[in-house]
Design a protein around this ligand. Structure first.
Ligand code: F6P
Length: 535
């Protein structure tokens, strides 16, 4: 599956070299190019015109996608093929939002009826919590949901609950506990009454150490206040590991299942989204799923040259491997999307942060960039200095929402004007001659020069509704899968998280036993220092 040396790759490399001395200012002067690099699907407009590439570059990238079998890959994904080869699994998150009428088989079994059975159970339960018919052990109404989970069992639902703030029922707060840190637990439980609290333990495997530690601590908090018998009324589980859930003491009728063909970071549309459904209601959650489904359909059906996730992935490949940028900043100009960069970090970096291809051979090109970011305009007053004038160039995705949920004066115009200004400043820069013409003191000119030629993409949503957010999430799920396909890697495994887990278990045993085990001197010294200081 090597890329380097293939005709499609060589054509791209040669073409890229012809753009070496082209500045984005020159590219932006071409109106036809700007129009050609402007696309829309499922209510999301994507403007690629501020990328350092031409229509011909995109044509060559699409040709690369063709020879890498991207269209077949997208169909295979949605068809339930075993695309996660190292774990011998499908990656069938799209089935989670398939209509009831669909038929999608995994190993000869149609999974759609099971998906809808779980969704129906979630809807019925969420309705009972929201209308007050599901009560706590003392008869109190549930006022708070505490969701316990980490990684994919946390970042998706937390991001979506935060993003859909205007749709959240103020009578039912949702709090999240992820880190195995007493501070996280304390912050989440402070001020809560166990009698009015519903706890969701969300873990695909139901063995994740952090989640189990937090689940047991919260269970003790409930039992201390309400007694052992209260656990049934106050705990529900979301998992694929039904026997582990039963061992924890949560009954099958309080357990919402999903399947091993749903990867953790792709699981927000599974029962992992239960806290979202509790917060915004089943009808709004259905809209979120409908937005995802619309993007799934676009990804599967649109030609590669107009396929949004494909084009975004191809630009990622261009920026990572031809332009050789090592990171990508994601700046949502919407505070409600504050957790979107964190969600994307897992989605992209856990999926495509790989150094070997599907066959185990070393990759010959760079794979996932480091994804990072923060909401604008805050980011402008923090790190945009470096993006404009620093020695490191990072392509930027600016996510802009056209219609505000909370119109306050002309805030939204100010916010969006800033996003557009950043894109223009990054692309065009400000040259020394322009500064001199403007009368800037010669000594200051070098400090005030903006080189420009720094790429960005604007993703514009008409509004941050459940449907649009669903489309945005699915867009990125497919973007990741397509980039992984181009790079020839398995985007659906995550072996890189294992070693740390194994070592942490050993080191914890050693900390408890007062030994330092068989470690290098630095590790042994750190263990001893920690033990001495905590005492
Ligand atoms: O850290 C690795 C990981 O396996 C992620 O892929 C996953 O989302 C997270 O841990 C949580 O796993 P689980 O849902 O099984 O608790």
């Amino acid at each position: 599956m090597t890329l380097v040396g293939t005709p499609a790759w060589s054509a791209l490399v040669d073409h890229h070299a012809t753009l070496a001395s082209t500045h984005l200012r020159d590219l932006l002067a071409d109106r036809a190019r700007v129009e050609a690099l402007s696309l829309e699907a499922s209510g999301i407009h994507v403007d690629l015109s501020r990328q350092r590439l031409t229509v011909e570059s995109l044509r060559l990238l699409v040709a690369l996608a063709e020879v890498r079998g991207v269209a077949d890959h997208l169909r295979a994904l949605q068809g339930g093929a075993t695309v996660n080869r190292t774990e011998a699994r499908a990656a069938l998150h799209t089935a989670l939002r398939a209509p009831r009428s669909a038929r999608i088989e995994v190993d000869g079994t149609d999974v759609v009826p099971e998906v809808h059975a779980v969704l129906d159970a979630m809807r019925a339960f969420a309705e009972r919590v929201r209308d007050g018919s599901h009560r706590g052990a003392t008869g109190s109404r549930i006022r708070t949901v505490v969701h316990i989970g980490i990684g994919g069992s946390h970042l998706g639902p937390e991001m979506v609950t935060t993003a859909l703030r205007p749709y959240v029922d103020p009578a039912l707060a949702v709090r999240y506990i992820s880190n195995v840190d007493g501070a996280d637990l304390r912050r989440a439980l402070t001020g809560l009454d166990p009698a009015e609290t519903l706890c969701i333990v969300a873990s695909k495997t139901f063995t994740t150490a952090e989640t189990m530690a937090n689940a047991h601590a919260v269970r003790a908090w409930v039992v201390d206040a309400l007694g052992e018998d209260a656990v049934g009324q106050h705990f529900v589980a979301v998992s694929t590991a039904l026997s582990e859930v039963a061992a924890f003491g949560i009954a099958p009728e309080r357990t919402f299942g999903f399947w091993d063909w749903v990867g953790g970071r792709f699981s927000v549309s599974s029962a992992i989204g239960l806290p979202v459904m509790l917060a915004i209601g089943a009808a709004r959650f259905d809209e979120f799923l409908a937005g995802m489904r619309a993007m799934d359909e676009h990804a599967a059906a649109a030609p590669l040259a107009t396929n949004l996730p494909v084009l975004l992935a191809l630009v990622d490949v261009w920026n990572t491997d031809l332009e050789e940028y090592g990171t990508r900043a994601v700046l949502p100009y919407a505070s409600d999307l504050a957790r979107f960069p964190a969600f994307l970090q897992q989605l992209e970096m856990e999926s495509n942060g790989k150094s070997v291809d599907e066959d185990g051979a070393p990759v010959t090109v760079a794979t996932s960039p480091i994804v990072w970011g923060a909401p604008g305009t805050d980011a402008q007053h923090a790190f945009l200095q470096l993006l404009h004038q620093g020695t490191v160039v990072a392509p930027v995705d600016l996510i802009v929402v056209a219609r505000a949920h909370d119109p306050v004066g002309d805030h939204q115009d100010v916010l969006v004007a800033n996003a557009i200004a950043q894109a223009e400043a990054l692309a065009r820069g400000r040259f020394a001659a322009e500064l001199a013409d403007a009368g800037v003191d010669a000594a200051l000119v070098p400090h005030r020069v903006f080189p420009g030629d720094r790429p960005s993409t604007i993703l514009m949503l008409d509004a941050l509704t459940p449907e649009r957010l669903g489309a945005l999430v699915a867009l990125h799920e497919h973007r990741v899968a397509v980039a992984g396909r181009i790079w020839g890697i398995d985007s659906f495994d995550q072996w890189g998280v294992e070693l740390g887990k194994v070592l942490a278990t050993r080191i914890l045993d050693e900390i408890r036993a007062g030994t330092t085990g068989d470690h290098d001197p630095a590790t042994a010294a750190t263990i001893s220092r920690y033990r001495a200081r905590r005492a």
